[in-house]
Design a protein around this ligand. Structure first.
Ligand code: SF4
Length: 322
């Protein structure tokens, strides 16, 4: 499998400034030494609680944020070192779908102009080409042509998310970050949007980073899963391996929280104590030790590294270091 992205030792540390003097009084450690590859035509799911750094990672690899250090190689080139001009072509190839379709579409623009805007931004002026592409994209995303003359507020949440997706893919990108794209939608609509994303991946050869805290959705849509905790990747595995043979205690806790309807399949609940610690003051040693039911002495003072335990499976936990 060819790598589309190689993310190497990515750090994002936001400085906290003193109100009066503007001196740096500390940092928010949002991403810590994150290294992960994203392969062409896969859906890589990024899961974890709020505050684990999922969206920061998504925004950093699109260079919507400026990471403190590290590399993000896209097609072999470090996008963090690209100039504004060089970034324009990268922006055409990579897009973001937001959680809230209410916020991501300008309420003052009719759908036609919202779909035309990406062409204007990228200097494409051929009206026939634009109209043909708009017609084509409406068909692909299951929208009819009569949406074009209407405003975003005239649509339901699901329709609005379809329009946001249509806008994101209209320039034929190769990569999408979908940041909780269904969590603001009614459950009955979520499946339609998830199926649409799976179809787009298949038919447009898209690669996707799918950010979610909902493991049921992730099980349905993803090819591989990466689990984040306090700005670190703690486990990466193929979907099959993750759901049948997850190892990290945090993954175990996340999976045990997924509701199960069948009485026979009820799993042992692992309740995590307390909230995720502040990224301003992360615990020393293993960052998960303050909530881990298996923590032992070493976990409080030494930091485990992300180790390969099988070809498609990496874990950051002393329990699985040989
Ligand atoms: Fe728990 Fe220790 Fe493993 Fe961290 S290294 S997840 S604290 S057992």
């Amino acid at each position: 499998m060819k790598k589309l992205f190689e993310i190497k030792n990515l750090n994002m540390h936001y400085p906290l400034l003193d109100g009066v003097m503007g001196n740096i009084k500390g940092y928010v450690y949002a991403l810590n030494d994150v290294s992960i590859d994203i392969y062409e035509n896969e859906i890589l799911a990024l899961v974890g609680e709020s505050g684990s750094g999922k969206s920061t990672l998504g925004n950093s690899i699109l260079k919507l944020l400026n990471p403190t250090s590290g590399e993000v190689l896209f097609d072999g080139k470090n996008i963090l070192q690209k100039t504004k001009k060089e970034l324009k072509s990268f922006r055409k190839q990579s897009q973001l779908i937001f959680q809230n379709p209410y916020m991501s579409l300008n309420p003052r623009m009719k759908i036609y102009h919202l779909l035309k805007e990406p062409f204007v931004i990228h200097g494409i002026k051929d009206k026939d080409e634009i109209n043909l592409r708009i017609k084509n994209i409406l068909e692909i995303t299951g929208l009819s042509e009569d949406v074009l003359d209407r405003y975003p507020h005239e649509f339901s949440g699901g329709q609005r998310q379809r329009i946001a997706i249509a806008r994101a893919i209209i320039l034929n990108p190769s990569f999408i970050v979908a940041d909780e794209p269904v969590s603001a939608l009614d459950v009955s609509i979520q499946a339609q949007i998830v199926n649409l994303l799976i179809d787009l991946k298949k038919h447009l050869n898209l690669t996707m980073l799918f950010i979610s805290h909902d493991l049921s959705v992730v099980k349905y849509i993803s090819d591989r899963i990466a689990v984040m905790y306090l700005g670190e990747i703690v486990e990466i595995a193929s979907k099959e391996e993750f759901f049948s043979n997850h190892k990290h205690p945090y993954s175990e806790a996340l999976l045990s929280a997924v509701p199960v309807i069948s009485e026979d399949k009820k799993n042992k609940k692992i309740l995590l104590s307390g909230d995720i610690p502040s990224p301003q003051n992360p615990p020393k040693g293993c960052k998960f030790h303050t909530r881990c039911p298996y923590a032992f002495k070493k976990c409080k003072c030494e930091k485990p590294s992300l180790k390969e335990i099988s070809p498609s499976h990496n874990v950051r936990c002393f329990l699985f270091e040989s």
